[in-house]
Design a binder for this molecule. Sequence first.
Ligand code: ADP
Ligand code: MG
Length: 275
Amino acid sequence: PNSLPRPDHRRVFTVANQKGGVGKTTSAVNLAAALAVHGLKTLVIDLDPQGNASTALNIEHRSGTPSVYEVLLGEVSLAEATAVSEQSPNLLCVPATIDLAGAEIELVEMENRESRLKESLSADAFNEIGVDYVFIDCPPSLGLLTVNALVAAREVLIPIQCEYYALEGLGQLLSNIDLVQKHLNPALTVSTILLTMYDGRTKLADQVTAEVRGHFGDVVLKTVIPRNVKVSEAPSYGQTVLAYDPGSRGAMSYMDAAKEIAERGSTNGSRSGTL
Ligand code: ADP
Ligand code: MG
């Protein structure tokens, strides 16, 4: 593939949407894989106790494996919890184990409960593993884990599924992002919205697409991810769709989306938003 520009500064994305099943995990792992294909070192931090991103990348995540949970508690360093995928030496993952399920409650009692992840993701910690891109895959809620991700990142990537009620609940996410920006992380912006699971045969998909573009303008990537069976099959083989079927429409669209993200940089189109 043609080379993509290496970012001037490391770009850290939180992939968030409190709705489940909108393509957060799929987008995090496949965008990361696409950037890795271009030689950009990319880290996926699995912050969902379900561990779907870890599974999709075939990263060991049995209870007891050094994971994002121990990183949050400050028990292990980022580097110690980082595993390399078999797919590419450029594709790294901090897995989530089932131990993370308790963290949402345990964090409540902790000091700096909103910024534990940020503290673990210091420049030094990142430099030790030397990554260009980071994608934090959030659970489907707006709880403390997602807040930790929003505090630790500079950019928010919101996947939106092209179906009925696509925008429902988004106002809540955006107002949470605004709160985090006001009180905890002034640099945070919604830099990227990615339309997923587009089904060109339905009129509805086009209506949703037009509505989202109307609200968010340039923040929405031009590339739309189609509904593609290869995308949904890949995780059961412990592969991203880029490895599973590189010629599929799903794989190619994630390559295009990654290219767009890399080429437009972190400033273009960035803004926070309300609905
Ligand atoms: P989330 O992380 O937001 O809960 P997922 O990424 O796990 O959502 O996606 C939900 C389901 O939809 C998964 O089974 C996934 O394989 C499937 N899926 C995601 N994107 C696509 C797509 N473009 N085409 C077909 N299936 C998809
Ligand atoms: Mg998920």
